[in-house]
Design a protein around this ligand. Structure first.
Ligand code: GAL
Length: 958
């Protein structure tokens, strides 16, 4: 160890990974050696530049009583109510001039001071290690006045031997953290820039004879059913696994019959590594990962990734994520049928991987490396292609692999994300392959798979994924023989992603396509007093990428978004199909390993959406991949005229670590009898009196033909509507030059359609209002005829739409909208639910009877946009009206207008008015994934074509 005595700040811009630290090694949560958490309140002083303050604060006796305090772990910009600076969000732009390895003089620097005593029982012998699990982006450390070194590599552990410096009491730990360093050039991930000591700090006692680094090799031979265990350890010792009768020296392999570890059956064996001075608990999972016959196989079987990309994020704590939150993420994933996580784009808190081992997830562990901002200069000076940086890259690779190598859940190492290409990446891949030949290497940027074991892409279109699946994508010889994954797809920004089912079909159809990882798990909205959740720009950043940081399957508060509910349905590991009228159901076990004995099946029978009978269904305990035909019971007697169908569900038969017995894993509905035609309402003749037209239960404005009342219910502004508050996916990403419908719609003026009344005609049995609906400046329009008929109590509207002119764009929606008094605060419906659905996000929409407050119909996307439509609605009751659709319709209701929704930038901009606005749509446009990927597939677009649809309104007593 060397000591520096000057006040130099050169280390900040030095490309070397650090000085003074220990070599990386395996991480474990605890052993029988003493440890002391140094987390807590630390003294804190912020400077605007790196050299503003001298190093005297690190001297024992320094008086920091006047300093502020921060929580460690934590990010200083998220503490101090704005007094300590603010977060910055950029996608790939560096928020400082690109001149590697130099960083700005304005370099927020946080001096942290912590004083601690050793516990009374801290052993007097041995050594001690000071461990930092994560500090962004560069730290210099002193203990009791001694400079012990500095490091970079924010989401990686760094250890220092400190035993000789420790005192029983009054130890002073001083850490100077710089927001910007040469390391920042390697950490250009799409996320908030959040400096600080954001993961745990601990002091670990190292007894004489303590274990140092160790590597658990636990493979599984699916042919023999045996596992082979070999624990290599730098310090010799013995390995015991009582359950397997194993007691063997380190370095010695032993083969015994075992149950294998898989993400579906995460069988772990408790063991102990005992060296002369330390006992470390091991959790051993036996499994073997290979690429064989062009596919990734675990324990001899092809696996299918049903994955997500997970950034570490908490709406108040940033990347300081506690154990409960980590577990909550994983439990939510498991409950939603997710079986894989890519730790985008850096190794997570190390304890997260313990949880993945325990709960069962395949993990792509990704290195803390991204240099995406160099794309702006055609990748010139990219550190990954500059030998001076290679030691830093190798250091990062080693810190990840050494830390995480003992986790059965980790099956793939990823070199990093969006770092271009270069020799440094090749060096990393070579090092990793050499150090750990038993896992695979991934890097998406390696398009020719020079260094990797699989072909990986992000946001490839369905058509391209199909080509890849068929092996028609070309590419290098090596690539053609490799399996394919989508390390990112289905951009879950705002409403969406659409098209998941269509991807899933391609994963299930082609062996080579081994699934993908939805982008991404959580919206990174930062809790904000005025805005609800803040996104890029809300902290006054000079450069930012807006709400591109809110693109997760769960909202910042970790409630599932409709996208997650949809994903769960699309990837369910049991397929239930069948023939409702014939009463047969085909069950297919889509697991890769597990049989169906952990599930119980249930049938129920619905009449007009109400369950009238239910029972259990005997399904054989099918092995993975098998199917069976099962007979349903006799349907309940006579429900003539009603719409009927079966629902079959697969539920957990017993409690698991992630859900309780009865948790639903898969389901399907099999229709039996179709819905009866909606009876027409006709016979009444419209009459005109007192500037009103009267027809059956309704009155209309005599001049405009606009509906005024249905019975006692006031109705306002009923007219054709084609506009929706564009979604992030409608708007597309700014860099895309493909067709972006949101922009085309805006350009055409679909948000400012004018309604010209051409005729109000009173016929013998109908009131007919002829209109033309069109935007200023263009010749195209929609001829729209409203034909009203009624019997004594029911009012029927038939809307006929005929496009005029040449429509080259699809429509956002097609239907009517109208206002009801704000007392209409509740809705009941028979149709799809309980959550929202759109044409390409409707797999999880289930036919039934549902009810909700108007407020609860809203999906709280961080940036407000179209949301909340319910699909396939037969009828809805709201505000004293029953509305029947012919055909079924999309139902939406909200306490603000579409225009207000469109204008809102945050949820807090939405203020309920005195009207509830209801949309009844005959069609909705698909959602797609164009906020980063492809737009909606053609079959989900809503063409501007002639259309006719009807609604019957009846006043009811609710
Ligand atoms: C990818 C990138 C992710 C994220 C995503 C868009 O290109 O790897 O980090 O930026 O796009 O949200």
């Amino acid at each position: 160890m060397s000591f520096r005595t000057t006040d130099s700040t050169d280390y900040i811009e030095d490309v070397s990974p650090g000085r003074g630290g220990l070599p990386p090694r395996a991480w474990y949560a605890a052993s029988d050696a003493a440890s002391l958490s140094l987390n807590g309140r630390w003294r804190f002083r912020l400077s605007a530049t790196a050299g503003a303050e001298d190093e005297s604060f690190a001297e024992p006796g320094f008086d920091a009583s006047g300093w502020d305090e921060v929580a460690v772990p934590g990010h200083w910009v998220l503490q101090g109510d704005g007094a300590f600076g603010a977060p910055i969000y950029t996608n790939h732009l560096y928020p400082f001039p690109v001149d590697p390895p130099y960083v700005p003089t304005e370099n927020p620097t946080g001096d942290h001071l912590h004083t601690f005593d050793l516990p009374d029982d801290w052993p007097a012998d041995g050594d001690a290690v000071l461990r930092f699990d994560g500090v962004e982006s560069c730290a210099r450390v002193w203990l009791n006045g001694e400079d012990i070194g500095e490091f970079k590599g924010s989401r990686l552990p760094h250890e220092f031997a400190v035993g000789r410096l420790l005192k029983r009491t009054g130890n002073v730990l001083a850490v100077r953290v710089h927001q910007w360093s040469s390391g920042s050039y390697l950490e250009d991930q799409d996320q908030w820039w959040l400096p600080g000591i954001f993961r745990d700090v601990a002091l670990l006692h190292r007894p004489e004879g303590a274990a140092s680094d160790f590597f658990v090799h636990a493979s599984y031979d699916h042919r023999s059913g045996e596992g082979t265990l070999r624990v290599d350890s730098l310090v010799e010792g013995r390995v015991t696994v009582p359950e397997l009768g194993i007691d063997v020296a380190t370095g010695e392999p032993l083969t015994v019959p075992v149950e294998p570890w898989t993400a579906e059956t995460p069988r772990l064996y408790d063991g102990v590594l005992a060296t002369a001075g330390e006992r470390i608990p091991l959790r051993i999972g036996f499994r073997t990962v290979v690429v064989e016959d062009g596919v990734i196989k675990v324990n001899g079987k092809r696996i299918l990734f049903r994955g997500v990309n997970r950034h570490e994020f908490h709406p108040e704590k940033g990347r300081t994520v506690d154990l409960d939150t980590m577990r909550r993420d994983l439990v939510l994933m498991k409950q939603h049928n997710i079986n894989a996580v890519r730790t985008s784009h850096y190794p997570p808190h190390p304890a997260f991987l313990d949880l993945c081992d325990e709960l069962g997830l395949w993990v792509i562990d990704e290195c803390d490396l991204e240099t995406h901002g160099f794309v702006e200069q055609a990748w010139r000076d990219n550190p990954v292609d500059d030998d001076r940086w290679t030691p830093a890259l190798l250091d990062r690779a080693a810190r990840m692999v050494e830390r995480d190598k003992n986790h059965p859940s980790v099956v793939i190492w990823s070199l990093g994300n969006e770092a271009g290409t270069g020799r440094g990446l090749t060096a990393m891949a070579e090092w990793i392959h050499d150090r750990d030949p038993d896992r695979l290497v991934h890097y998406e940027g390696d398009i020719n798979c020079r260094d990797t074991d699989m072909y990986s892409r992000m946001y490839a279109s369905h058509a391209e994924v199909e080509q890849i699946g068929r092996g028609l994508d070309g590419g290098t010889h090596k690539r053609r023989d490799l399996p394919f994954i989508l390390c990112e797809y289905a951009h879950a920004m705002g409403n969406g992603p659409g098209g998941l089912s269509d991807y899933q079909r391609l994963f299930e159809k082609y062996e080579r396509n081994q699934g993908g990882f939805v982008w991404e798990w959580i919206d990174h909205g930062i809790k904000h007093a005025e805005l609800g959740y803040a996104y890029g720009g809300d902290f006054g950043e000079e450069l930012h990428d807006g709400n591109f940081v809110c693109d997760g399957l769960i909202f910042p508060d970790r409630t599932p978004s409709p996208g997650l509910v949809e994903y769960k349905k699309v990837i369910e590991p049991v397929r239930i199909e069948g023939d409702g009228p014939a009463g047969t159901v085909r069950i297919t076990n889509g697991h890769d390993f597990a049989d169906l004995s952990h599930l119980a099946f249930e049938w129920s029978y619905q009449v007009d959406g109400e369950t009238v009978e239910a029972g259990s269904l005997a399904v054989p305990g099918l092995a993975a991949g098998e199917s069976a035909e099962v007979k349903l019971p006799e349907p309940p007697a006579d429900s003539r005229g009603a719409e009927t169908g079966w629902t079959v569900r697969a539920l957990l038969a017993e409690d698991t670590a992630w859900a309780t017995k009865g948790h639903e894993v898969a389901w399907a509905q099999l229709p039996v009898t179709e819905r009866a035609p909606v009876p027409v309402a006709a016979g009444e003749q419209p009459t005109s009196r007192d500037r009103l037209i009267h027809l059956g239960p309704a009155s209309f404005d005599a001049r405009t033909g606009e509906l005024r009342t249905v019975g006692a219910v006031d109705v306002t502004g009923l007219r054709l509507d084609v506009w929706r508050a564009t979604t992030d996916n409608d708007n597309g990403a700014s860099w895309q030059d493909d067709i972006r419908y949101g922009l085309l719609w805006q350009k055409l003026g679909l948000h400012r359609m004018r309604h010209r009344i051409d005729a109000v005609e009173l016929g013998d049995d109908a009131l007919t209002v002829r209109t033309r609906v069109a935007p200023a400046a263009w010749e195209l329009g929609l001829r729209t005829v409203y034909r009203w008929t009624a019997d004594g109590s029911r009012l029927r509207l038939t809307v006929s739409v005929t496009p005029d002119g040449e429509w080259k764009v699809p429509l956002p929606r097609l239907g009517i909208r109208f206002g009801l008094p704000s007392s209409a605060d509740h809705v009941k419906w028979f149709g799809g639910g309980p959550g929202e659905a759109y044409p390409d996000t409707r797999a999880a929409s289930r036919l039934g009877r549902w009810q909700s407050s108007i407020d609860d119909l809203q999906t709280p996307y961080v940036r407000p946009q179209e949301n909340g439509a319910r699909a396939d609605v037969r009828w809805a009751e709201i505000g004293g009206l029953r509305i029947e659709g012919d055909p079924e319709f999309w139902f939406t209701a909200r306490r603000w207008t579409t225009e207000q929704l469109d204008a809102a930038e945050h949820r807090t901009d939405l203020v309920p008015g005195d009207t509830v606005w209801v949309n009844l749509d005959n069609g909705q446009g698909g959602i797609g994934s164009q906020s980063c990927g492809p737009g909606p597939l053609p079959q989900y677009l809503l063409g501007a074509e002639p259309a006719e649809f009807s609604f019957t309104f009846t006043e009811i007593n609710e």
